[in-house]
Design a protein around this ligand. Structure first.
Ligand SMILES: [Zn+2]
Ligand SMILES: [Zn+2]
Length: 328
């Protein structure tokens, strides 16, 4: 099978021919149809995450078809299945037992600690896989698996905000904006200065306002979610929030946060992060996606085009999200 892999010292993914992996225990062998391209994949490629063991196949927004299961389980050959970021947890630690398996220290992650979906096949533990609502095509479903559902965890962490700011209007924000507007919230979209395409996309999806991240929105925000990996956005988002407002950092990696005056935090404003996802988040989000029709704005690339997709993402040139169309 073909796979696009990260190798030590290489600045681009390498296209390789590998043996099709063999599933064991609760694993499924899955033929990949589509795999979303996430900013985390760039952090993996750039070596910005700890404990990377290379070579590695990235990709954690995987939609595919079950080829076979090692032992009988709920998924059978021919079933469509989604493989998200959370690949395994220990099940025994205090986090796992307390409903916070996203914080398990022994967790495994698709496309980070185990091979992901930038390949024609992958293996995944069915206990962490998700069924996908029927009305989404494989391509449209792929971004739901990280941009959608980790975005959803951040959205929930932002609370009942009626005025919600989204910093970095990319894959996650453009899906959440649709969810927030469907729930009658006012969305304020913040982009890089001059990113007219992202601002237009935000308005077309129902945002009340779209502007540059350094601008103040026309009303104070109840909460803000930061998707862009820039620590300097934390003080900017705090300054845009009302007293008691909440700033949620949704990314796995951020540049350093600059010093800022305490007055920005004063007034019971809070800053928090969300990390990974639980299986419950996945099920809750898929139930919401099943009731709504989320319309991802997708650029597609062939599997061998993964480097091009990643470089466009790096340059901030993907409007919406990028998806690898691996098999039909
Ligand atoms: Zn655990
Ligand atoms: Zn992701």
């Amino acid at each position: 099978m073909k796979a696009m892999r990260v190798h030590p010292g290489r600045r681009a993914l390498v296209c390789e021919e590998l043996e099709i992996p063999e599933p064991r225990d609760q694993q499924l062998l899955i033929q990949v149809s589509a795999c979303g391209v996430c900013r985390t994949d760039l952090h993996v490629l750039d070596g910005e995450l700890p404990d990377l063991h290379l070579p590695l196949t990235p990709g954690h927004e995987v939609v595919g078809t079950v080829v076979r299961a090692a032992i009988p389980g709920p998924f059978v050959p021919g079933d469509r299945v989604g493989v998200p970021w959370l690949a395994h947890t220990c099940g025994a630690c205090s986090f796992c037992r307390g409903g916070q398996e996203n914080l398990c220290a022994d967790a495994q992650f698709t496309g980070y600690t185990c091979d992901g979906g930038y390949a024609e096949y992958l293996i995944a533990d069915w206990r962490y896989c998700l069924a996908i609502p029927r009305h989404y095509s494989d391509i449209a479903a792929a971004p739901l698996l990280c941009a959608g559902l980790i975005g959803y965890r951040a959205y929930r962490a932002a609370g009942e905000a009626a005025a919600l700011g989204l910093y970095g209007f990319g894959a996650s924000a453009h899906l959440l904006a649709q969810l927030a507007c469907a729930q009658h919230r006012r969305v304020y979209a913040f982009t890089r200065p001059g990113d007219v395409a992202a601002q237009n996309l935000a308005r077309s999806l129902g945002a009340t306002w779209a502007g540059a991240s350094c601008e103040r929105p026309p009303e104070p925000l109840d909460a803000a979610i930061i998707f862009a990996p820039l620590g300097s956005l934390i003080p900017q988002a705090l300054a845009a929030c009302r007293r008691g407002g909440r700033v949620v950092c949704a990314g796995i990696h951020m540049s350093d946060v600059p010093a800022f005056p305490y007055s920005l935090l004063w007034g019971e404003r809070t800053v928090t992060s969300v990390a990974n996802l639980t299986r419950r988040d996945g099920q809750e989000f898929m139930a919401l996606a099943s009731d709504l029709v989320l319309r991802p704005h997708v650029e597609t690339y062939p599997l061998e085009g993964a480097n091009e997709a990643l470089e466009r993402l790096r340059g901030g040139n993907v409007n919406g999200c990028a998806v690898l169309a691996v098999a039909r």
